[in-house]
Ligand binder design. Structure first.
Ligand code: PA5
Ligand code: MN
Length: 186
């Protein structure tokens, strides 16, 4: 393999790498993700919820390779539920991943194969090891963008089957100006 290298701005996570990829997820694409569907319909469907920039130094599916990405989740809520990523399992279930928070405040919601769900607080500098066999979703509970870096195996893949309905078993909502974890009832 030819040598490849890039740059990350450690202050904000911004990447300068060959062939940088980017995806944007708007509210209109998050059908059935938030609990309050009426509130979701009232919001502008063009509202940007999160962006991901990532670097694929090897083709997706390569065994033994790694990818590097930056996610930025905007602050906001649908009803009282904070903006969040869709959330996923890895297609190859035993693939793990590192997350590291660059800026903002949030929660990483995790669920194992048995359906046990828990969360970890995200703040500047927090490092999170997402073990294999664990579904994961990130939630911006602050009032500025939540930015975190991620490093994951290039053959992990994303399986979004867990994203909708009660998928994660819990939701992160604002109650009395603070984030709380509640059981998902629908
Ligand atoms: O690989 C990861 O876990 C992250 O880069 C996520 O894909 C990113 O945060 C966006 O979340 P999702 O893929 O659940 O939409
Ligand atoms: Mn992942």
């Amino acid at each position: 393999m030819n040598p490849v290298f890039g740059f990350a701005n450690w202050a904000d996570g911004a990447l300068q790498v060959p062939g940088l990829k980017v995806s944007e997820t708007k509210l209109s694409q998050l059908t059935g993700i938030f609990r309050d569907q009426q509130a979701w319909k009232r919001l502008d469907p063009e509202t940007l919820v999160y962006r991901v920039w990532w670097w694929e130094p090897v083709p997706p599916g390569t065994e033994g390779g790694l990818f590097w990405g930056l996610t930025e989740i905007q602050p906001g809520r649908v009803g009282n539920e904070y903006f969040m990523t869709r959330g996923h399992w890895h297609v190859i279930r035993n693939r793990a991943e590192f997350y590291g928070t660059v800026a903002g405040a949030g929660k990483l919601v995790l669920m194992n194969r048995g359906g046990r769900t828990w969360s970890e607080d995200m703040s500047s500098g927090s490092l999170h090891y997402v073990a294999g066999e664990v579904a994961h979703r990130t939630v911006n509970t602050g009032d500025v963008p939540l930015r975190f870096i991620a490093c994951w195996p290039s053959d992990a893949g994303h399986d979004y089957e867990v994203a909708g309905g009660r998928g994660f078993g819990v939701r992160i909502v604002e109650e009395q100006s603070a984030p709380v974890l509640i059981n998902a009832t629908d």
